[in-house]
Each structure stands twice: as structure tokens, then as C-alpha cells.
Design a protein around this ligand. Structure first.
Ligand code: COA
Length: 171
């Protein structure tokens, strides 16, 4: 079952994010890694900033979460995490498909350049990497992240964005 998360899910979201983010350890630049990957205060800040988390629940337990955040004229998919033990079973795909039904706006997704599996996951769902120049512009316009994270991230855009910006995506 896919459902919007509530305040009572805060601890479960925190747990899932930090369990799933272990995938980044030793992969993303060491100066970007810290433990826990997302401290409680940062998760709280993200929710307060308008990230709405949806969860995939099975037998009363959240298995994966994914956030959606409207910013200006686009919708961002933020913080996609599936419990390590439940990966590659279609949970992330179902969450992404559901979130896509919630908006008519172009969708943008940012992730670590080194997270090859995440890039492949989004590409499989029709998202395309934008050019390095476009990436910098988009991250500065739609995200609030430090300069160093801009350098080490990529942006993927959904079909609706690509239609409106022909020629701007990476071949
Ligand atoms: C990225 C992430 C959210 C994807 O979630 P997921 O539940 O593993 O995704 P899915 O199972 O839908 O798809 C992943 C793979 O499983 C395969 N798969 C999907 N359904 C399947 C099923 N029923 N049985 C077996 N494999 C399946 C998909 O084909 C896909 O394969 P690919 O790697 O060759 O593309 C998850 O891997 C994760 O939490 N990773 C760590 C954190 C991260 O990188 N987050 C992204 C931040 S933006």
C-alpha cells in the first residue's frame, strides 16, 4: 500500500533513510559522507521546507519512502529510499510511479553523480540526465544545497521537462 506519511512516521522515515543511505558509504566523496547520513534535524528541516513523504507499507511496516516537493514551476522528487533488505523488489519503482501521478508539472530529480544504480533506476523510468551546464543552473534555482554538493550531483529530468527544453539534455 502506498500512502502519505504522517507525523507518527517520522522515526520510521529516519530509520529507512539512514539504513538505505549506507549504499552511499565508500561511494560518494568521503567529505560528503557522515553518520547518520541524514540527522533528525535535517529530516525535520526538509519536511518543514515542504517535502511531503509517501511511504510503501507492507504488513503495517514502512518499507520505502520517497518525497515530493513543489518548487516554483517544477516538482522535485526528493529523498528516495528503500530499506536495504527490500531493494530490487519493485518498491522504489512503485513509489516513483505513484508520485508521478500527483503532478502535472515537469519533474526534476537530483542525486549523487557516483550513485550509478540510482541514475540507472531513474533512466529506466524515462528520466534523462541534463547537461552539466544545465545541472548547475537547475540545482541553484530549485535546490538549496552547498556548492560542493552541486559539483558532486547530477540532475535527471522527466519527459515533460525534456519536451519543453529540447536539445538541453545529454545525448
Ligand atoms: C534507488 C532506490 C530507491 C530504488 O528502489 P528499489 O525498490 O530498489 O527499486 P526497484 O526495485 O523498483 O528497481 C530497482 C531494480 O530492481 C529491478 N526490479 C524491479 N522490480 C523487481 C522485482 N519484482 N523483482 C526483481 N527485480 C525487480 C528493476 O528492474 C531495477 O533493476 P536495475 O537496477 O537493473 O534498473 C533504492 O535502490 C535505494 O534506496 N537505494 C539507496 C539510496 C539511493 O540511492 N536513493 C536514491 C536517492 S535520489
Amino acid at each position: 500500500m502506498i500512502r502519505p506519511c504522517e507525523e507518527t512516521d517520522f522515526d520510521a522515515i529516519y530509520e529507512i533513510v539512514n539504513d538505505a543511505a549506507q549504499a552511499y558509504k565508500g561511494v560518494i566523496p568521503p567529505d560528503r559522507w557522515h553518520e547518520p547520513y541524514m540527522p533528525r534535524e535535517e529530516l525535520r528541516h526538509e519536511i518543514d521546507a515542504g517535502v511531503v513523504f509517501w511511504g510503501y507499507e507492507e504488513d503495517g511496516e514502512l518499507i520505502g519512502v520517497m518525497g515530493i516537493q513543489p518548487v516554483h514551476d517544477v516538482t522535485l522528487i526528493r529523498h528516495a529510499y528503500v530499506r536495504t533488505a527490500r531493494r530490487n523488489q519493485g518498491v522504489g519503482g512503485k513509489l516513483l510511479a505513484h508520485l508521478r501521478t500527483l503532478t502535472d508539472r515537469p519533474i526534476l530529480i537530483g542525486t549523487w553523480a557516483d550513485a550509478r544504480w540510482a541514475i540507472r533506476f531513474y533512466e529506466k523510468h524515462g528520466f534523462r540526465l541534463v547537461t552539466p551546464e544545465e545541472k548547475v543552473r537547475l540545482l541553484k534555482k530549485y535546490w538549496s544545497i552547498p556548492e560542493r554538493q552541486v559539483e558532486t550531483s547530477v540532475v535527471l529530468a522527466g519527459p515533460r521537462w525534456s519536451e519543453g527544453h529540447p536539445g538541453r539534455r545529454r545525448a
